[in-house]
Design a protein. Structure first.
Length: 117
């Protein structure tokens, strides 16, 4: 992945997160934008989010909020991020933190919970 795409991903993550928390602070308090993955041609971007609670209801509610604000977020990206084409945004729940905790718990069980010295 090129440096340009990495910079675009970081900038879009920062801008989307800041916009959500400044404009919709009460609705988006439990949502964190954890990453953005843009295609090489910058036409599509997957926006990954996590929620404070990991229940299916909270994830579905966060996804509904993000989808309902899709046009507004895309317009904001067009204004704040200088690009030839504004990418099509899709929202995906990021489960990497949950998986990491589960793997860590399994490793603790295997190791008997001993801490290395």
């Amino acid at each position: 992945m090129s440096n340009r795409i990495l910079r675009v991903n970081e900038l879009m993550q920062r801008e989307i997160s800041a916009y959500l928390h400044s404009r919709y602070s009460s609705e988006s308090v439990g949502i964190t934008i954890s990453g953005v993955d843009t295609t090489g041609d910058l036409r599509e971007a997957k926006v990954y989010f996590t929620t404070v609670g990991s229940s299916e209801d909270e994830v579905a509610q966060a996804k509904r909020l993000l989808r309902s604000k899709l046009a507004e977020l895309r317009s904001m990206v067009a204004k704040n991020v200088v690009m030839r084409h504004v990418p099509l945004l899709t929202f995906h729940h990021d489960t990497s933190a949950t998986r990491a905790l589960r793997i860590e718990g399994l490793l603790d069980q295997i190791g008997g919970g001993e801490q290395p010295v």
